[in-house]
Design a protein around this ligand. Structure first.
Ligand code: NAD
Length: 418
């Protein structure tokens, strides 16, 4: 926490260099998240770490049984580039709270932030307990050949498989925080509010957010008004020309820029669409008339393109979502408790959020993670502590009186026990 307070500017400068994030955005979406996570852990650690007594069955008494959290050992934390400070440091909170040492591998695609972490972490944390190793896939490959006690990976599905395979070779427990196409379904309610929240969730960090709404499903009746409301929200947040907005980020590199601009062909541009390769600027863009079979709808977009598709009703929306791999988040905009319950019951996702996007991550008591293709395991709050702990049972019995005689051979006939 001291590092975040004293060296906030080092981080915000690096994040601006890597991703064009404004200092305010960096503070809200990176530093404040880690600080909240650390504060929450400090407050609750005595309760999380306290031994939990477990009742002993009559036949085994007198005796005591309890479960105590033990550190797993040395954790390897591998992070992506999109929230390059938060996604290194927030898992570290859980690892340290649980008493582990850690090796941190920041992303090479956010080089300025990686350098700041490598420089500052050893100044604020015991270098014997926490080490930062910089580098790209070759360095990660080498790290994965070592034997760790826990591996925590945040990134894409392809590398997730590589990490899981490497972990399996050493029987190391692995947490996979992956991505996916998180849907947002708009069924009813105040469309202006829904649009503002969708725009906030989608275009923060220029859409490069694992839980950003990837696409919108709404009804043909609501679509025109929703698209209008989305256009208004875009203008309200980023002005007439988002290129000049201090609050709008840039695409991380030319490779991702080219991938994203190629996807513009898959729909009709209903807002935005302008781009500039030299500055990696891609305007916040709404796309309509998108085919579910297009490339845009196959892979996680991970950029500022928001397709709006139509479905007849909530049942069809749910069918659309459940026919695809389980996403990290699923969003429903509706004021109907029946619709919310139906959505919760039918949709398989890492988490469900009603009438908002992204802000669920700011609740430290809520676990965060994926399911199926969007990952396994999780963190934030107590789940972060549990992820890096072994919940070790301890059973204690005195030698006298020897009440275990019944368990010794020779056994009598089974009948006596029944
Ligand atoms: P990535 O999978 O390409 O890279 C993540 C990390 O893996 C980096 O540190 C990188 O150096 C390392 N790596 C890359 N190739 C490797 C290889 N061949 N062998 C070993 N290590 C390798 O992910 P990214 O592009 O940095 O991030 C984008 C993805 O991360 C998106 O899919 C996004 O949804 C996901 N993500 C998930 C969360 C979450 O919390 N679930 C958060 C942010 C991003």
């Amino acid at each position: 926490m001291r590092m975040l307070a004293e060296r906030a500017e080092d981080f915000t400068t690096a994040l601006a260099a890597d991703l064009g994030k404004s200092p305010t955005e960096s503070f809200i979406s990176e530093l404040a998240v880690v600080r909240a996570e650390a504060k929450h852990a400090v407050r609750h650690l005595p309760a999380w770490a306290a031994p939990v007594r477990v009742p002993v069955p009559v036949g085994l008494r007198p005796a005591s049984a309890s479960v105590t959290a033990q550190p797993l050992g040395v954790a390897l934390i591998i992070a992506p580039w999109n929230y390059p400070a938060q996604l290194v440091l927030a898992p570290l909170v859980g690892a340290l709270a649980a008493g582990n040492c850690a090796v941190l591998k920041p992303s090479e695609l956010a080089p300025a932030t990686s350098k700041v972490l490598a420089r500052l972490v050893p100044q604020y944390l015991d270098p014997d307990a926490v080490a930062v190793v910089e580098g790209g896939p070759e360095v990660t490959t080498e790290l994965l050949e070592q034997r760790f006690d826990s591996i925590f990976f945040t990134g894409g599905e392809r590398v997730g498989r590589i990490v899981a395979e490497a972990a399996a070779r050493n029987l190391t427990p692995v947490t996979l925080e992956l991505g996916g196409k998180s849907p947002a379904v708009v069924m009813d309610g105040d469309l202006d509010t829904a649009a503002r929240r969708l725009v906030q969730g989608k275009f923060l960090n220029a859409g490069q957010t694992c839980v950003a709404p990837d696409y919108v499903l709404t009804t043909p009746a609501l679509e025109p008004a929703l698209v209008q409301a989305l256009r208004r929200a875009l203008k309200e947040f980023y002005g007439q020309d988002p290129a000049t907005s201090a609050d709008y980020g840039r695409i991380v590199n030319a490779g991702h820029f080219d991938r994203l601009t190629a996807l513009l062909r898959d729909g009709t541009v209903a807002a935005g669409g302008r781009h500039d390769r030299a500055t990696r600027y891609l305007e916040p863009t709404l796309l309509t008339g998108v085919s579910p079979d297009s490339a845009l709808m196959q892979e996680e977009i991970f950029g500022p393109l928001l397709p709006v598709l139509t479905v007849p009703d909530l049942t069809s929306a749910v069918r659309f979502i459940t026919a695809r791999p389980a996403p990290l988040a699923a969003y429903l905009f509706s004021n109907s408790p029946e619709r919310r319950t139906a959505f919760e019951n039918a949709v398989r996702a890492g988490g469900i959020t009603h009438n908002a996007c992204l802000v669920q991550l700011a609740v430290p008591g809520l676990p965060f993670g994926g399911v199926g293709a969007s990952g396994s395991g999780g963190y934030h709050g107590q789940q972060g502590f549990d992820t890096f702990s072994q919940h070790r049972p301890v059973f204690t019995k005195d030698t006298r009186p020897d009440t275990l005689r019944v368990a010794y051979p020779p056994f009598g006939p089974l009948k006596r026990l029944l």
